[in-house]
Design a protein around this ligand. Sequence first.
Ligand code: 3HC
Length: 280
Amino acid sequence: MTRMGVMGLGTMGSGITQAAIESGFEVVAVEVDDAHLSSGASRIRTGLERRVKSGKLSQHQVGGLLSGLNLSTSVSSFADCDIVVEAVFEDASVKAAALSGISGAVGPQTIVASNTSSISITSLSRNLKHPENFIGMHFFNPVPVMKLLEVVRGYLTSDATASAALDIGRRMGKEAVEVRDYPGFISNRVLMPMINEAIFALMEDVAGRDDIDKVMKLGMNHPMGPLELADFIGLDVCLDIMNVLYSGFKDPKYRPCPLLVNMVNSGKTGRKAGAGFYQY
Ligand code: 3HC
């Protein structure tokens, strides 16, 4: 049985954990303290309850899946893992510290993956003892539902690591796509400029919030409009990713919209803050 470690039980880490235990993996999830562990565990239980409500799982099965989940506050619990996925806060120095902790805890064969949405895998690999075993595994929110896994090869990632990560993704029921390590990879290089442009259109009063979202929902069949999606992702995350694109390509077409910057500075970062383009 595959033993997966997950570092960080925020939205993405708990989604990855849920998807992994649903796929029959044994998971060791690590958080900084008991309070973060228990809120992560309750997020996972809520996700599994949704499966019960929609008739995809029984209560009995949920109990079985949860027995494959081990919670810990120590990275040493990753010692026997085949793969560890880092899903801590999207900040280069926070990720660097988490990755060097993981690297010190695992064996030389363990694959270490980062769920970063835009930070360079090659630069993060400097924190690993075995950079050839390191790769990006970029999941999408909500992880148990979204089919895509973007597998990002760093400059030093070995072929064996890439094929193992693709295989693990497929065993989690994902369509895994392999991309190279350039700013924003494919997903956020394409998605974020669209969201940023929608915010410019709102700032310039080309149309109102609801109409901008309606155009993309009804005209392009997107499940959410770009402003609603920005709230769902988190406006701070959107701004961070725009800044990665802007500094990575040195191209003004990626400049973050000033309205996005203002909203983040005001604390209106979207759904998680209770307010963004919409109220929650
Ligand atoms: N766990 C388990 N199941 C979940 C879930 C969760 N966390 N969230 C939703 N679901 C399930 C529901 O139970 C429901 O299942 P069912 O069809 O079996 O009943 C199904 O998903 C649909 O959910 P809802 O009926 O509640 O709501 P919607 O039909 O409105 O779908 C949505 C919600 C799936 C979020 C849809 O609006 C959507 O696809 N939105 C776009 C999401 C998106 O673009 N995500 C990517 C963001 S970018 C990213 O993550 C990368 C980063 O780098 C920025």
